[in-house]
Design a binder for this molecule. Sequence first.
Ligand code: MSP
Length: 641
Amino acid sequence: MSEDKKTFYITTPIYYPSDNLHIGHTYCTVMADAMARFKRLEGYDVRFLTGTDEHGQKIQEKAKDKGVTPQAYVDEIVDGIKKLWATMEISYDDFIRTTEPRHMKRVQDIFMRMYNKGDIYKGAYEGWYCTPCESFWTDTQAGENHVCPDCGRPVQKAHEEAYFFKLSKYADKLRELLKGGEFLQPETRVNEMIGFIDQGLEDLCISRSSFDWGIPVPIDEKHVMYVWLDALSNYMTALGYPEVDDGISSENYKKYWPADYHLVGKEIVRFHSIIWPAMLMSIEEPLPKHVLGHGWLLIDGGKMSKSKGNVVDPVVLIDRYGVDALKYFLLREYTFGQDGAFTNEVMLNRMNFDLANDLGNLVSRTVSMIEKYCGGVVPAAGADEGPDAELKEMAVTCYERVSKHMDKFAFNLALEEIWAVIRRTNKYIDETAPWVLAKDEALKGRLDTVMHNLAEALRIVSVLIYPFMHHTSAEIRKQIGAEGDVNWEDAKLFDKMVGATVKKGEAIFPRLDIAKELEELEALKAAPVKPVCTKELIEFDDFEKIDLKTGTIIKAEKHPKADKLLVFQVDFGGEQRQIISGVAGSFKPEECIGQKVVAVVNLKPRMLRGLESNGMLLYACGEDHSYKFVETKADNGIEVG
Ligand code: MSP
């Protein structure tokens, strides 16, 4: 049966592991995840791909600054990215890393296919390079100020022998593709891209020889491939295309390609709607069905970015509010394709109003009333009265409206439809006033009907929210006693709950004290978590060279010729040494006597204002240059290791 299922292949950009990811990357991945879950629920055979784009000059430079190999550098960050996606339960089917052999081999093969087609030639590159964006620019594009037209950062002059891809050859076909109207959305981006083609497409430089952190060009080992050629190919290599001799089958390629949707941020629409289709035209493979450009989350009016230091860390928000609340907020608040401002206040209000008030209250009121009035068991319903029919109709048809919005990636409108049902159900409680019905035994039948309808409406909500917040869906189903797995068909029915046993649980979304939360989030921002390591990494052998020993200060006095220096005599359990430290601002000499210390004892002796210092004491030093002794309880002369 599954053989006949319609397939659905969706991808996120593969992110640069140059830094930890922030809420902007999370936003894109959460959208792709919600869509993948939604399509699975609708019965599609879904393939959801994400991953990391690990080569390039920027990463090589970052690794160098940190004193580690590029591979070690990216391994650590990718580890963190995978942990973040695991915490968020991102339901990807594959995570591709561009440093994996399965990818590298295939990219080389793709390069050869383009080369054999006659689409690649050797030339020289003369222009400007933006390392953060890994983009080439001409003199005109970089302008007088020599900045990147995409990100506004300074570009570097590049003058290199390089391989070029005949992008210009595909200009007419690309224009046609874009004018077709289906390929790129939203519409506004189409004209922008056509404009770009109309300015005259230049051939694309696709190799670099000034650094080496990349996939080697198969015909010339002095060159590595331009990172975008490497990166864009991921969407196919992850499916096993092309077949190379490594035992990985291309079955998935046959099954899932062409991709239904490449979901990307607006700044990389150009790469996906010009370079990527041109590459595919060159290797004569089908083009993806759609490229969707989403907007940015803005902070203080600008794009969030690590280099500006204004990023929002999703981990902090998940720790405080939970995965579902964060996902709900991201999907509900922003309109697909448009930029949106991120503020803590907007987020907290959304969480309080929609989640704690609307949904949380509905769940707790419904379950409490069924426990109180019906012994905890959902009763059968009698004939419709008053608002019953309207409530039912709205609930059982909601899936249609949700599906329509999801077809357009309008997550916010899909959720708004579900919340309309939630709010209607809350209103239904107020209209039917079960607490009044409960006072009159003769109205028990009506009370049962109301309780039944509430349980059914909530069950439908639990199905509809599943793609967006599956934990909450499960928690609601547990509390109302809904059995079995979530099934999309069940959102169309209103008679599944008779006899179910409800069980009150914790509040699904506790109400937040917004003023307090704002203050605490602000404080977290003011005191960012400082990395423990602030210096270049050293080898173990370097560390081994340091001889650390314990000792006791037996004499301390001011240096006769320098205000900042104290002159110590330190007993190392046999040998005594004179060690001078610049800590007169932090200690009086007399309070140092008897202090146990740790010292570096193999530092070459140095003369300090006429007195010899033979070693160095260790202190914990504050940014204001106040010092504290690094204490030890060991006897003198003990090795510290
Ligand atoms: N490695 C390339 C993509 C290659 S795809 C073949 C890259 N990586 S990236 O790490 O810079 O990620 C860019 C993507 O992250 C954006 O296209 C977007 O999906 C997401 N976002 C990064 N910052 C964002 C915001 N401030 N707001 C919304 N999305 C953001 O480009």
